[in-house]
Design a protein. Sequence first.
Length: 437
Amino acid sequence: MTQVSLRADLLTRKNVISAFCQLLLGIGLVYSATVFPARAAGEVLGIAAIVNDAVISKYDLDQRVRLVVATSGIQPTRENIERIREQVLRSLVDEKLQMQEAGRLELEIEDEAVDQSITGIAQRAGMTSDEIIEYLDESGVNEAALRNQITADVAWNRVISARFAPLVQIGDDEIDETLARINNDASQVQFQLAEIYLSFDNPSQEREMAQGAQRLVEQLRAGAPFPNVAQQFSQAASAASGGDIGWVSESQLAPQISEAVARMDVGAVSNPIRSLNGFYIMQLRSKRQGLGPNPLETRFQVMQVVFALAADAPERALQGRVAQANKFRSEFRTCAAAPEQVAAYPGARISQPSSVTAAQLRNPMRDQLLKTEAGTVVPIGRTERGIEALIVCDRKDDVGNQPTRDSIENTLFNQEVSMMARRHLRDLRRDAVIEYR
């Protein structure tokens, strides 16, 4: 059996901004005064909410909004920021309740624990902690905003570990039952899914949460990375892993979710799906027929070759480039030798090897690659950059997936503890005195 302390680690959200620095560097995000205007002194000291006599200032809210925009990939327009402000405030309220519960249980969060989390984030981003803090400062985000979020995440994880993890025991009969059901469902369509879950406590909050869920869907469809949005907004335990819930069969899903997912294309994001006390947003990452091999999970290592050509190049230049591409294709031997081979053609260039799954490709390229063996040059044709081709250096076909007893046990454990944690947080909200200003 897995130890409780290790199991509880599966629930941690200390990596809530694990992709944070990569995202910042990738989009080159710089906040402008038109999006986050300077606050007057009175507004900086103003109060956004009071939670059991604990104050959330407007400055704290503004800082967290900046951090959320940076880590989620949501476009920092004035409209988007105003739209997510209420959701961010709700998260801050929950964090106050979580910190108060940790205090009631006399669970102290050491500065060293927060420092370790920031160090881990920095290492995954190939940076130092000081570089992260410096970049935050340049982006208008105070270090305290980052530390406060991490502190609340660590505190709530310890509350969960102390109160609920010891109460959950997954028996062999539960694992056997789940494994038998999976085997019985082996012929069903299997979906690889990620989720975002947004809960509401009473009917009066339902409309507000429905609107918030729809806004997140719009941002996701506009290009915001699903894992980053899930880490910041989802209230499910899967938030720690970017919303990823792995492979599930149709019968394992609630009917309304199964119906929505069955109509989705790979890579698509669903509309908000109403559940008993919340809304789900689902992303379909892949699908397969049963537990057997899944062609969409076939992984290719590819290199892209471009024979540069201006969009308005004359026909003679076009034909010359086509001839060069055909010659390269006929003389191709290995990916290792390809860069030297490409260098013989002035203006041609080749990319570094990269990995891609069939599910990430669009047809007709997907079908073409699935019919292609390693060591093959696949012509793409004329593009705005010139004459392009794709070299398939390697391919690994999916061999299917049968879940292990350990993975089933961990899944059942996470589901049970997550449900207990959500109920407890809901009770804390219900019993709290919360005043919004």
